[in-house]
Write a protein that binds this ligand. Structure first.
Ligand SMILES: NC(=O)c1ccc[n+]([C@@H]2O[C@H](COP(=O)([O-])OP(=O)(O)OC[C@H]3O[C@@H](n4cnc5c(N)ncnc54)[C@H](O)[C@@H]3O)[C@@H](O)[C@H]2O)c1
Length: 380
């Protein structure tokens, strides 16, 4: 089963479950030289975290992440708590010599992200950010097709990330899940929460961003505070964001995100148009990739739907027989397998903190562009 790797996970919410599941399953499906041990789960409220520990098989519970980091029996710290906790935890974990796995967005802003990146690099500890959509087999196949030169020079990239769950003005801000509506905890709204995914995917697929021009809107200007009955607080997050981008390779791009698109639950799409073809992906049909090949004879031109379940598709040989689809949770198992394989092979996994910092710089530039109504150019 390989070398034991003792994990300390912070947060038992949405990502706490996704990561716990990955730690439990990875050795069942991937032949990797490391075996994660669910050593300790950490959250502030012991009464709430203890049943979670029992349900998922965590050996112990901590209520202060500093104590977790001090523990000699922990090899890797996994940050699955809200964005305003990432910096302090990551910097302390790196200083203690722990490996650090961190949820996206890397940080509240690029300043924090830079501190975190410098901390893990100075300590020389393995690090990864859970941009799990890179591990959707169809998106990994899109990367393969682009790298194989099948669509040639890229002219256009068009990304959308749409949800509809914050339309009600009655929805409070703060607390489980709803911390996303509180800028003091989230850093930003859809830009950091949703577009960070779209930007990471775009950079991975076609390269770095040169400049951006953005607009944002906050449709509901104030909301109740979840844990303080009768109190309201101005809403400072971006409810929606749209931006234009010019990539370093000359490609033009549009990105749009909102949590006010009725009927769209988690519609994460992108289309790439190149010289010899195009590629389209929609997370709500995550097992498929649409591909148009202009180099075929013209009488058979047409978009084809690739069912990404064959054993020669990325990741799929580890799962079921062709035709059987995998789901959202598998992307975290695939990501963890890549992290463990990186430890084993000595070729560190991507995206690491520095990769996620690049995305964070783009997020910051987008928000600055929107607030100043001006183009923002990214550094080299
Ligand atoms: N990769 C993805 O697709 C994806 C999806 C959802 C969330 N996320 C990211 O994961 C992180 C957590 O999001 P979530 O949806 O799981 O949130 P959540 O509200 O469901 O859970 C957050 C957890 O963190 C705990 N927590 C909060 N403050 C803490 C502290 N100071 N010390 C210890 N524990 C603390 C809470 O008790 C809770 O268990 C965020 O950074 C978010 O952006 C990533």
């Amino acid at each position: 089963m390989g070398k034991k790797l003792n994990i300390g996970l912070i947060g038992y919410g949405f990502m706490g479950r996704a990561h716990s599941n990955a730690y439990r399953k990875v050795n069942q499906f991937f032949d990797v030289g490391y075996q994660p041990v669910l050593k300790a789960i950490c959250a502030r409220n012991e009464a709430k975290v203890r049943p979670f520990a029992e349900q998922w098989g965590w050996e112990s519970v901590e209520t202060d992440w500093r104590k977790l980091i001090e523990r000699k029996d922990i090899d890797a710290i996994d940050i699955g708590s809200p964005n305003n906790t990432h910096r302090d935890i990551a910097v302390a974990a790196a200083a203690a010599g722990k490996m650090v796995l961190c949820e996206k967005p890397l940080a509240m802003n690029a300043g924090e992200g830079l501190e975190m990146t410098q901390a893990v690099e100075k300590a020389g500890v393995p690090n990864m950010v859970w941009f799990n959509y890179r591990r959707v087999p169809a998106i990994a196949l899109a990367k393969q097709l682009i790298d194989e030169g099948r669509i040639g020079r890229v002219f256009h990239y068009r990304a959308k990330y749409l949800q509809d769950w914050t339309i009600s003005p009655e929805l409070p801000q703060g607390g489980a899940g709803l911390w996303r509506l509180d800028a003091d905890v989230a850093g930003s709204g859809v830009t950091g929460d949703l577009l960070a995914h779209s930007i990471d995917t775009a950079i991975w697929l076609i390269g770095g961003v040169q400049k951006v021009s953005a607009m944002t809107e906050t449709f509901i200007k104030q909301r109740a505070i979840q844990d303080e009955p009768g109190k309201v607080k101005p809403v400072k997050i971006d409810d929606a964001c749209a931006f234009l981008a010019r990539f370093k390779n000359g490609a033009l791009a549009t990105f749009e995100s909102t949590r006010y698109a009725r009927g769209r639950k988690n519609q994460n799409t992108f289309e790439v148009n190149g010289e010899f073809g195009s590629i389209y992906f929609d997370l709500e049909d995550a097992h498929q990739l649409q591909y148009f090949n202009h180099r075929e004879e013209s009488h058979v031109h047409g978009w084809r739907t690739i069912l990404v379940t064959d054993s020669d598709h990325p990741y799929m040989k580890h799962w079921w027989v062709p035709g059987c689809v995998i789901g959202y949770e598998h992307t975290f198992i695939n990501a963890l397998a890549d992290f463990l394989q990186g430890l084993e092979s000595g070729t560190p996994v991507r995206p690491n903190f520095r990769d996620a910092l690049e995305t964070q710089y783009v997020c910051d530039a987008v928000l600055k562009s929107a607030s100043t109504e001006s183009w923002q150019t990214l550094g080299k």
